[in-house]
Ligand binder design. Structure first.
Ligand code: ADP
Length: 400
C-alpha cells in the first residue's frame, strides 16, 4: 500500500544556517500515530514543515497520497486543507479577536458558505471541549486552552492528517495529558496523527511508530519498544530510555519477569510483576466496582449524591467536557488523566471508583475494561450510573 505521506531523501539548509536535514527518508502510513523523536535541533520541526509545503526541500521529494507536492498557491491551499499543522506556540497560530472568529478563519478562507462555517466551528469547539468560549478573546485564555483553540482551528477544515510540533511543550502535566488524550481521540476517529517531541516517555506511551532523529538524519524507525530498547542509539541521540521500558528490560535480563510484549502502563507492568511473583494473576474475590457516568445525560445532583453516599473511593474524569462538568458541579477529581487504568488498579485492590465521561468515550471505557477483563482473567464490574428518566436501577454489566 502506498504510504499517505512520503519524504524521499530530502535535504534542507536554512539561509545562513546549518544543514537542518541531511538526506531524510520517512514514510507515514494512513491512520498511524507517529512520533518524531530527537533532541533540540535534530531537524524535527524542519521535517514537519515540509509536510504541508511550508518549507520546500533543496533536494529530494515530498509526496502526499503518492503524488509529489506542487508549490503553486492553489496546490498549497489544497494540501493545507488536508494536512493540518498545529504550531508549538499557539500564539503564532491564533490571530483573530475572538475564539469563534479564529476557528472560523480556515473555513471562511476556503470560501465555504456561512452555515457550513458555523457548523464546522461549533463541531470543532465541541470536539476540543471549548463550547461556550465562542466570544472570549483567545489571548486571555490559559496555555492549554489556547492550544485547544489552535487545534479547533485546524479541525474545522477537517484535515486527513494532523501534524503537531511539540504538542505538550510549555503545558503543565494535566494540560499535556488532556492534549494527548485529544490526539488519541483524533487518531481513533481514523485520522493520521504525527507529532514531534523530545519526550521519550510520552512517545513510548502514545505512538505506534517512532522515528528517531539527530543532526538532520534519521537514526532509527520502528515500534517505540524496539527503538527505545537500544541504549546506544538513544545515547547517540542524547536521550534516555523511558523509565517503564528500562525497568522492564532490566528485570527481564535478571530473569525476574519473562520478556515478551513490553508494558505501556503502570497497570500492565504491575500485572506482569504480580504474575511473575505468584505464577498467575491472583484473583480477588471482591474487586471494587467501577461506576461509569455519562455527563451528557446525568445531572450534577444525582452524581454528588452518589459521591456523598460514601461508596465511592475515587473519582476521575475523562475528556474536557467531563472535567468542565465536574468543575461546574463542584465534584472533586482524584484523577484527570490515565483514568481508566487508575480505576482498574483500584478495583483490583477492592476499592470503588467513578469515571465521569461523555459521548463516544463511554463505549471506550466499556471496551477497555472488557479487554482488560478478558486478558487478565479477572472479571471487573462496570456499573453505569442511572440516568434521570431511565427506568429501574443502573444496568450492571459484569464483563468477562
Ligand atoms: P528540532 O525541531 O528538532 O528542535 P529544528 O528543525 O527546529 O530542530 O532545527 C534544525 C536545525 O536548523 C537547528 O540547527 C536549528 O538551529 C536550525 N534552524 C531551525 N530554524 C531555523 C531558522 N529559521 N533559521 C536558521 N536556522 C534554523
Amino acid at each position: 500500500m502506498t504510504p499517505l505521506l512520503e519524504i524521499d531523501n530530502v535535504t534542507y539548509t536554512y539561509p545562513n544556517g546549518p544543514t537542518a536535514l541531511a538526506g531524510v527518508s520517512v514514510r507515514i502510513a494512513a491512520g498511524s500515530k507517529t512520533a518524531l523523536v530527537g533532541p533540540n535541533g535534530a531537524g524535527k520541526s524542519t521535517l514537519l514543515l515540509m509536510l504541508n509545503g511550508m518549507l520546500r526541500p533543496a533536494s529530494g521529494e515530498v509526496r502526499f497520497s503518492g503524488r509529489p507536492l506542487a508549490y503553486d498557491n492553489r496546490s498549497l491551499r489544497d494540501l493545507r486543507r488536508r494536512v493540518g499543522f498545529v504550531f508549538q506556540n499557539p500564539d503564532v497560530q491564533i490571530i483573530a479577536p475572538t475564539v469563534e472568529q479564529d476557528v472560523a478563519f480556515g473555513p471562511v478562507n476556503l470560501g465555504l458558505p456561512p452555515d457550513v462555517v458555523r457548523r464546522a466551528v461549533r463541531d470543532a469547539l465541541g470536539y476540543v471541549g471549548l463550547r461556550g468560549y465562542e466570544k472570549r478573546p483567545p489571548h486571555h485564555l490559559s496555555g492549554g486552552e489556547k492550544k485547544r483553540v489552535a487545534i479547533a482551528g485546524i479541525l474545522a477544515m477537517e484535515p486527513a492528517v494532523l501534524v503537531f510540533d511539540e504538542p505538550t511543550n510549555t503545558l503543565d502535566p494535566a494540560s499535556s495529558e488532556e492534549v494527548m488524550e485529544l490526539l488519541d481521540e483524533l487518531a481513533s476517529g481514523g485520522r493520521t496523527v504525527l507529532i514531534s517531541t523530545h519526550d521519550v516517555e510520552l512517545a513510548y506511551r502514545w505512538a505506534d511508530s517512532v522515528i528517531l532523529m539527530e543532526r538532520g538524519r534519521v537514526l532509527a524507525r520502528g515500534p517505540p519498544e524496539e527503538v527505545f530498547s537500544d541504549h546506544s542509539l538513544l545515547a547517540a541521540a542524547r536521550l534516555k530510555p523511558p523509565a517503564l521500558l528500562d525497568l522492564y528490560n532490566e528485570l527481564g535480563l535478571r530473569g525476574v519477569i519473562d520478556r515478551d510484549v513490553p508494558p505501556k502502563s503502570v497497570l500492565e507492568f504491575t500485572d506482569r510483576i504480580e504474575r511473575a511473583m505468584h505464577g498467575h494473576a491472583p484473583a480477588r474475590d471482591d474487586p471494587g466496582t467501577i461506576y461509569l457516568c455519562n455527563a451528557d445525560r446525568t445531572g450534577g445532583d444525582e452524581l454528588r449524591a452518589l459521591v456523598e453516599q460514601g461508596t465511592i473511593d475515587h473519582v476521575g474524569a475523562m475528556g474536557t467536557r467531563a472535567k468542565e462538568f465536574a468543575n461546574r458541579e463542584r465534584i472533586l477529581l482524584d484523577y484527570t488523566y490515565g483514568v481508566i487504568d487508575k480505576c482498574i488498579l483500584k478495583a483490583l485492590i477492592g476499592e470503588n471508583s467513578l469515571i465521569i465521561t461523555t459521548g463516544g468515550m463511554v463505549e471506550h471505557v466499556h471496551r477497555r475494561i472488557g479487554e482488560y477483563s478478558a486478558e487478565s482473567g479477572r472479571a471487573l464490574a462496570v456499573t453505569p450510573v442511572r440516568e434521570p428518566g431511565s427506568t429501574g436501577p443502573g444496568r450492571e454489566s459484569v464483563l468477562e
